[in-house]
Design a protein around this ligand. Structure first.
Ligand SMILES: [Zn+2]
Length: 558
């Protein structure tokens, strides 16, 4: 038994004396404070590290030197019992036992397991080191997919766990998930189908220094760092709603590495796993108003909880039957979920998977049973929604474009197609949507009434017309199109001089590509007039569609 256990034990026997004075100086403790109202809670979350909030009380993790200040400020403080501590019997004795996932691995076993999965399944699994922790431990991730060595343009999903090093459940569940998927590819049709269509990334341990504090082989794993309030990794991301820039400067090294890793891979969906509650938490955490995709977030969160309820209806049954909006629960500053959803255009939820942070090893199998298919089904959601490709109509080359859902998106929810392949993934709840696709150097394209059906994929191929590069000049005529008067006030006349050219249609477009006016021409027309009196004065694009190509010219309306 460690000193730590002994000290906490004494604290609970010593009723009536100054309980707090007996803590070790470096000890972090959890205290419960009665909370009067939401405003009171917000002032607490702004100033202290709130780890949980239940109805009328908040749980704060504080360091010893904060106690006297808190005692003078608040009445009704209660020291919470220290969590059950793991001991040698919870730790795997060897690699074989670690691979049963019913014991916790040492750091060295973890490192070996990750590398072994990659070497046992070379076609399906690649290991990536995306940096080091503050104390020099590896930040590891597995890429799992059919043809893992290639980038097949599939939707990407990331599971990451245990950024709070003492919240152990996600660490073991995601490690086991990797093992399960790799062993069942080609055996189980659902698993095979999943890995054929999704590029999955798994980072089981995002804060190894806390999990293996103070040393790698320590059997009593997991403690919050002593200086927790400044080092909590889930309060250290740039907060879009507090005006922080998307910038890694000055952040904890684990966060910097995670941000760069996520920016590099552009994960379409992700989930971040914690413990201390049993609930799926969806955005926002630091903003009252709802995310534009609120319906969809509720849909995938609901599915996660419902599938778990099939195994045990009493698991994950608090809050709104196992799910909650982040803000409705409690406000946090600098959380990862808001960062990913706002700055990276991702779709991330937070999974809180066990009330007990340091779950006894005997319970690991049970919690795997609760969560196994929920975890798998959530990855499957990355396969659905709109999967689009944007290319240039002229060259057929991929275009990096902005895809906005009209009368729906806000800045943070807009997705973009990637420059390499022109691909984009837009997850939406079942319904009909209008998309506006725009890119520098191209005219906007609008696709109306795109149908999205739950658990189905809608495929879209979008061709954008290039701005001004599709001009075909006849060698006989240096200026094949005559536009007058320009600037114009009421009538704009357009004439083609080349007898081989004829006008099909003329359009006036705003500078950002919106169609303002359209005039159709008669057969073999060599001229057309447009009434522009109603247009606001300014700069416009005249687009002339002819039998030999598209001609764009700037016009000024006075
Ligand atoms: Zn946590």
């Amino acid at each position: 038994m460690s000193n730590r256990i002994a000290i906490v034990f004494i604290v609970f026997l010593a009723v009536g004396v100054d309980l707090f004075s007996q803590l070790l100086p470096e000890e972090n403790v959890t205290i419960r404070i009665p909370v009067a109202d939401q405003q009171h809670l917000r002032s607490l979350t702004a100033n202290y590290y709130v780890v949980n909030f239940n109805n009328d009380s908040a749980d704060l993790v504080i360091s010893n030197d904060q106690i006297s200040v808190l005692k003078s400020r608040f009445t009704g403080l209660k020291l919470l019992p220290a969590e059950f501590l793991l001991d040698d019997s919870d730790m795997a004795e060897n690699l074989t036992e670690a691979f049963t996932f019913t014991k916790y691995p040492t750091y060295f076993q973890y490192d070996t397991m990750m590398h072994q999965l990659a070497s046992d399944f070379p076609d399906l699994c690649k290991i990536d080191t995306f940096g080091y922790s503050r104390q020099g431990r590896l930040l590891l991730a597995l890429k799992i997919s059919d043809n893992a060595a290639e980038d097949e343009g599939e939707p990407t999903f990331l599971y990451t766990a245990t950024m709070h090093g003492d919240e152990l459940i996600g660490y073991i569940l995601t490690l086991r998930l990797a093992d399960f998927l790799l062993r069942n590819y080609g055996q189980n049709s659902e698993v095979t189908d999943l890995l054929d269509n999704v590029e999955l990334w798994i980072n089981p341990l995002s804060n190894p220094d806390e999990t293996y504090y103070p040393d790698n082989s320590n059997s009593v794993v997991a403690s919050r760092r002593p200086d927790i309030s400044s080092l909590d990794l889930n309060r250290n991301f740039p907060d879009p709603f507090a005006g922080d820039e998307n910038d890694t400067t000055g952040l904890q090294v684990e966060i910097q590495n995670m941000m760069l890793f996520m920016m590099k891979h552009h994960f379409n969906m992700s989930a971040n796993i914690h413990a201390g509650a049993e609930v799926v938490n969806y955005p926002w955490d630091h903003k009252y108003s709802r995310h534009p995709d609120d319906d969809w977030f509720i849909f995938i969160s609901r599915e996660y909880a419902d599938v778990a309820h099939d195994i045990n209806p009493n698991y994950m049954n608090g809050f709104t039957d196992g799910i909650t909006n982040g803000w409705d629960w409690y406000d946090i500053y600098g959380g990862r979920q808001d960062y990913v959803n706002f700055y990276l255009g991702g779709r991330e939820v937070t999974l809180e998977l066990s009330n007990t942070k340091k779950l006894a090893s005997e319970m690991l199998e049970t919690y795997w049973d609760y969560n196994q298919w929920s975890l798998i089904n959530m990855i499957s959601q990355a396969r659905y929604g709109i999967h689009g490709t944007v290319i240039s109509a002229g060259s057929g080359l991929p275009v990096s474009a902005k895809i906005m859902v009209e009368n729906y998106d806000s800045d943070s929810s807009i997705v973009y197609s990637d420059a390499d392949e022109g691909k984009f993934f837009r997850y939406l709840k079942e319904g009909f949507y209008d998309l506006v696709i725009s890119a520098d150097g191209y005219f906007n394209d609008t696709v109306t009434n795109v149908s999205v059906i739950d658990y189905q994929t809608t495929t879209l191929q979008i061709e954008l017309d290039s701005l001004g590069t599709d001009v075909f000049l006849s060698p006989l005529y240096s200026e094949p199109v005559l536009i007058y008067p320009n600037p114009s006030r009421s009538q704009l006349h357009v004439e083609v001089k080349d007898p081989a050219m004829s006008i099909d249609e003329a359009m006036i477009l705003s500078i950002d590509g919106k169609i303002m006016l359209v005039s159709g021409a008669g057969e073999n027309a060599s001229q057309i007039s447009m009434d522009v009196a109603e247009l606001q004065s300014g700069l416009y694009i005249l687009q002339l569609r002819t039998n030999v190509g598209i001609f764009n010219k700037l016009v000024v309306i006075e």
